[in-house]
Design a binder for this molecule. Structure first.
Ligand code: HAM
Length: 409
């Protein structure tokens, strides 16, 4: 037997039932908030990420699945979607704003554990071409509602502003100076990062004591970033979305400016890992070679983690299981089942010809259906016998009414 690669999963029933609920909720929310679907390549030029996500990030330094294709080009399995979304937006020549929803597998070479996979799934939203704080508020709201709608409890939203790139240059040297002064007490990683990417030290768990007293970006942001942040906060408040400002929240990707956020739930407790996160990334387009800045904000939610935190969906798997008592009625039963399915009823039956009625009832029990119908003698007079499996309640119902009967629970 060949086994799957470390850090990858086979997502099968019964677990996949939660995935279906999650992906449906995402699709529905995206539509309700006016986000159109985007389907992007899983494989991209390596440069898209080294320039987009940032050379000095953990993702680009250590986690990418990068290889040379047969034509000698360096290609990478996408570790995230945002850089690709901006690339696609620019390539399409679209003007104005575009609201896009996407999702699918991402790849990061991580040390696998619960909620930290090498192939994992994100659902992603990007609001492109909009600088108003309304876009930030909306993106955060969709993420929050997604978690609410799939039944996640105790949602915590952490929010911060890291200001604009011009604010950051000044802040970076202030932080660097502070960290250099404490060099002897820093972990090796933090010492290296002090020079290459000092902001990342702020979320270093190993250096929590030193970080606790470090200067934070929020105290060094410019006036217009501050106004923007105030508007985002006020907007969230009017929507009843509670948040904590976390001045040490910086995110692991380099393209952000202004708003950054992450969502958590105690139902997924592994290593304080976020169920999702995002922020504003106005500098990204230029970083990947655009001639103009594209104001944008977005978020990605980690499906593997959300599913861990979600309650199992209740309810039945099927509305109806059809059994056939008279073998010569199989053809008519098939046509009837086909009609029910086209009418939106969830129906299944036993495909094995000649299986005893008892055998078919066993299959009905295993199927997770709410009710079973017997196509038998009464078919002649346009009726079937139906039975609700939970209560044993039995009735004879006209064939054309079974659909309504089976969904009227
Ligand atoms: P990110 O924080 O790197 O952001 O990933 C978003 C979410 O993906 C995380 O909060 C987590 O739930 C999930 N995730 C990340 N890595 C793994 C992993 N190895 N295994 C399982 N789940 C994981 C981004 O990717 C940005 N592109 C978000 C964004 C969109 N910003 C603006 N637009």
């Amino acid at each position: 037997m060949i086994s799957r690669l470390k850090g990858t999963d086979d997502i099968l029933p019964p677990d996949s039932a939660k995935w279906r609920v999650l992906l449906r909720a995402f699709g529905s929310l995206a539509e309700r908030f006016g986000y159109d679907l985007a389907l992007l390549p899983v494989i991209e030029p390596t440069e898209l990420f080294s320039r987009g996500v940032g050379e000095a990030t953990e993702i680009v330094e250590k986690q990418m699945f990068t290889f040379e294709d047969r034509g000698g080009r360096s290609v990478t399995l996408r570790p995230e979607l945002t850089a690709g979304m901006v690339r696609a937006f620019l390539a399409s020549g679209a003007q104005g704003t575009l609201k896009l929803a996407a999702g699918g597998p991402m790849f990061r070479y991580e040390q696998p554990q619960k909620g930290r996979r090498r192939q994992f799934y994100q659902v992603d939203l990007e609001y492109l071409g909009e600088e108003s704080p309304e876009a930030d508020i909306e993106i955060i709201e969709v993420c929050y509602r997604l978690l609410e709608e799939v039944g996640i409890e105790g949602i915590t939203l952490k929010l911060n502003s890291i200001g604009d790139p011009s604010d950051r240059a000044g802040y970076r040297s202030i932080l660097q100076e502070y960290l250099r002064g404490r060099k002897g007490d820093l972990s090796k990683d933090a010492r290296d990062r002090t020079e290459s990417n000092p902001l990342r030290v702020l979320d270093s768990k190993a250096d929590a004591d030193i970080v606790a007293d470090a200067p934070v970006p929020l105290d060094h942001i410019g006036e217009s970033a501050q106004e923007h942040f105030d508007a985002v906060r006020a907007g969230l408040e009017t929507l009843g979305i509670t948040f904590e400002v976390d001045p040490r929240l910086v995110r692991g990707l380099d393209y952000y400016n202004r708003t950054v956020f992450e969502l958590f739930s105690p139902a997924f407790e592994a290593a304080q890992s976020a169920l999702g996160g995002g922020g504003r990334y106005d500098p990204l387009a230029v970083a990947i070679g655009a001639s103009r800045e594209v104001a944008a904000v977005g978020a990605a939610m980690g499906c593997d983690r959300i599913v861990e935190a979600m309650p199992a969906p209740g309810g039945d798997r099927l509305d109806l299981f059809v059994t056939v008592a008279e073998p010569n009625l199989r053809g008519q039963a098939r046509l009837w089942i086909s009609r029910l399915r086209r009418d939106g009823i969830r129906v299944d039956w036993d495909p094995t010809p000649g299986r005893s009625l008892r055998g078919q009832f066993k299959a009905a029990d295993r199927s997770g259906a709410a009710a079973v119908a017997v196509v038998g003698e009464e078919w002649e007079v346009g009726q079937v016998t139906v039975r609700r499996l939970a209560t044993g309640e039995e009735a004879r119902v006209a064939v054309e009414e079974v659909g309504a009967w089976s969904t009227s629970r």
